[in-house]
Design a binder for this molecule. Structure first.
Ligand code: ZN
Length: 731
């Protein structure tokens, strides 16, 4: 456990710092320090964390989840409003200042869906999810029929072409086979990219319609026993989900960049650039088998054969389907819950959140996180009742409308962007909080070590060791384990430590990080989870497979609680910029290597980026060293406020005010969802994608914009170094 940032920690511990020394060196040397805390305050913090850890309770978490999953509660419905009111009232009973913030967004719900095989034989498809007596919730008539949010209405017919996962590479393979999808119904399987990307590519290739199915190879019986016998997807289960083009911008399609309040100026739907145009429907594996059984054309390329018991063909052949979708588009209300525990300094906020809307019951997605976060709220409230007052204000948020397109969080960030940029020190997200026993996390690089530090402090519920130790051990042997759709293992970390992933898209941290530059992270427990966005993601599933005793929920509540406590109480915020610099330098070098195969001009210009990356790296080292010289005596509060504000604000320097070219809502120059990857993070996306497209004009502009951002961030770090030097010993 040494390279990278760790060598800096060695230098700074000698100076008695309290920024970097704690868990890396401190632990090794028997020093019980905490990153960011003055030695004189460590004992009090440990005492506080001990008290917090004792409060979260599996039975409480279970009762929370049972309530939250007692009825289907899709965004835009009265049931979603009831959940929001219940959450607000819970927080009020814990002593928080809680309120509901309402927005009005353009949402779609299905009125009618039909999918019929019309040739070579007639057969009605779009079969619904099966009911089971063992799990009465599956017979609830209020569950919404399976649909893809923001599909347009339409009534189309055509021959069927199978496109595997519907990625750009898959379409290139089809081209090579001489098969076109123009005017056809595209059959794609879920996985490997965001479903909105599948819709976008089907649209770009002029398909008439798109049908997306869950292949048993990816999250069904090939992985393990299917529901209700096991946690994997059964043959009738359907993955609902949005196909909004969130890589253009998330949130209400009609109010990009501004909050969807009643009086906001709205686009017409025709003007919105994130609305799809090809009728799209999700189906189950049994319907997909019926379609595939009749397809002709060549046998599929290597890797395209899935887990259904038949030989897959590309098509078109003589199978033909009719797809009819009647969608009801309307402005509908969304209800965010915002609960504040005011600190001594209300001008600094620690923000924690997750969504509360679910496609149906949403036991895992999102309510496991919601049930846990509520326990965190109860614990913090109890500490406050016993006389503790947070230093910084803690804001716990439950977003509505995440499922259709990160809407509740995006609108709130758009409404409060300036205030968040002035006050928020970090955003912690916990969507899909508990799908099993395996802890995992993604974060901006400056907070990766913070996440590991906190994982040291909470016991793994199934062993006598810390979450960190179990996590590290699993990640060391997990490179070949793929666990459903929940939290894949990120690639190895260059430090050799347990890898913390990069933030892509797909949950509510997106507006915080990508639009407002708030340092963010996402944490939770993954596992064998095959019922994502299906009817069966319900209380029965959690009770039988995900977390039967709710101990992982309680553990997650402790993790979130300690994160909130440390960020609230720290003397110096625990950001580690040398780690960020390491990742930036590596990413810039990779771009440079790709640039050499482009043309000499482009490569000359990527040097602007690699130089700026080096400049950022040097500034990060200087700043870490300067912070290391601050004496162990508590900083005077004016100096501390200035330094902390600057530390949290470095991330904002990565924002380009003009945004990425072609998608100006995305302002972060280091992280954005990939235009054709969706969920996974595109690192330095502007430059990287211009290189992919061999677009020299865009490349030039994106390089300049990225380099300018890196230089701005370096200048901010140097400001911190100056502040630290003037507030250090002898001042
Ligand atoms: Zn979710």
């Amino acid at each position: 456990m040494t390279p990278g940032s760790r060598s800096l920690a060695v230098g700074s511990i000698a100076a008695g710092c309290f920024l970097l020394c704690a868990t890396t060196m401190g632990r090794v040397q028997g020093n019980n320090g905490i990153r960011g805390f003055a030695p004189s305050r460590v004992d009090a913090e440990r005492e506080l964390e001990k008290k917090l850890r004792e409060i979260p309770d599996p039975q409480h978490a279970e009762a929370n989840l049972r309530h939250l999953t007692s009825e289907p509660h899709m965004a835009g419905t009265e049931a979603s409003h009831r959940v929001a009111e219940w959450l607000r009232d819970q927080y009020r009973s814990f002593g928080f200042d809680a309120e509901i913030v309402t927005y009005s967004a353009w949402l779609s719900t299905p009125r009618e869906v039909r999918l019929e095989l019309t040739a070579p034989e007639k057969r009605t498809l779009a079969t619904p999810e099966q009911h089971y007596d063992a799990d009465k919730d599956t017979s609830d008539g209020r569950a919404v029929m399976a649909f893809n949010a923001y599909s347009p209405s339409g009534d189309v017919r055509g021959a069927v072409v199978y496109v595997n996962y519907g990625t750009p590479e898959d379409y290139r393979e089809l081209d090579a086979l001489g098969v076109s999808v123009e005017g056809k119904i595209v059959l794609a399987r879920y996985g490997h990219n965001y479903r909105g990307i599948k819709a976008k590519l089907a649209e770009e290739h002029k398909a008439a319609g798109l049908v997306i199915f869950s292949d048993p190879q990816d999250d069904g019986y090939v992985q393990g026993d299917a529901y209700p016998r096991g946690p994997w997807r059964n043959m009738s289960a359907i993955q609902r989900g949005s196909i909004l083009y969130t890589e253009m911008y998330p949130g209400d399609p009609l109010t990009p960049g501004v909050a969807a309040t009643p009086g906001a100026k709205r686009l017409t739907p025709a003007e919105a650039t994130n609305l799809p145009h090809v009728p799209t429907l999700p189906i189950n594996a049994q319907d997909a088998a019926a379609m595939l059984a009749h397809m002709g054309g060549p046998h599929v390329p290597r890797g395209w054969q899935g887990g259904l018991p038949l030989t897959y063909h590309v098509g078109p052949g003589d199978s033909e389907v009719r797809l009819k979708i009647v969608m009801d588009y309307q402005e509908r209300p969304l209800y965010d819950v915002i609960a504040k525990l005011r600190g001594e300094k209300d001008d600094e906020w620690v923000v924690v959140g997750n969504h509360h809307d679910a496609w149906v019951f949403g036991a895992v997605d999102p309510n496991s996180g919601t049930a846990s976060l509520l326990e965190t709220g109860r614990a913090l409230g109890e500490l406050a009742r016993n006389g503790w007052k947070p230093r910084r204000t803690i804001v716990l948020c439950h977003w509505d409308g995440e499922e259709p397109g990160l809407i509740g969080s995006t609108e709130w960030v758009e409404a409060n962007r300036a205030e968040l940029q002035a006050k928020a020190v970090a955003y912690i997200n916990s969507d899909v909080g508990v799908a099993g026993p395996n802890f995992g996390a993604s974060a901006v690089p400056s907070l990766k070590q913070f996440v590991r530090d906190v994982a040291h402090e909470v016991q793994d519920p199934h062993t006598s060791r810390s979450i960190y130790e179990v996590w590290r051990e699993r990640s060391a042997r997990a490179k070949d384990q793929v666990t459903g759709t929940a939290r894949r293992e990120p690639p190895p970390d260059p430090s050799g430590d347990v890898p913390v992933g990069a933030l892509g898209a797909g949950s509510d941290f997106c507006p915080f990080l990508d639009h407002a530059g708030i340092p963010s992270m996402d944490v939770g427990f993954g596992g064998d989870y095959g019922v994502y966005h299906a009817l069966y993601d319900d209380f029965f599933w959690m009770k039988h497979f995900g977390d039967p005793t709710f101990v992982n929920h309680a553990a997650l509540a402790r993790v979130l609680g300690i994160m909130a406590l440390r960020l609230s109480e720290a003397d110096l915020l625990p950001f580690d910029y040398p780690v960020y610099a390491g990742e930036i330098v590596r990413a810039a070098d990779e771009l440079s290597a790709r640039g050499t195969s482009f043309d000499s001009d482009a490569n000359a210009n990527i040097k602007v980026v690699t130089d700026a990356a080096q400049q950022f790296s040097a500034a990060a080292s200087r700043t870490a060293a300067a912070l290391g010289t601050i004496s162990s005596a508590p900083l005077d509060s004016v100096a501390a406020l200035k330094i902390n504000r600057a530390l949290a604000g470095v991330e904002q320097a990565f924002l380009a005010p003009e945004g990425l070219i072609g998608r100006p809502w995305y302002q972060h120059t280091i992280y954005a969802p990939g235009t054709y990857a969706g969920y996974s993070a595109g690192v330095m996306p502007g430059v990287s994608e211009a290189l992919d497209r061999h677009d020299a004009v865009t490349l030039r502009r994106e390089e300049d914009s990225l380099a300018a951002a890196l230089r701005r961030a370096a200048a901010r770090l140097d400001d911190i170094a100056r502040l630290a030097t003037t507030s250090g010993p002898g001042h």
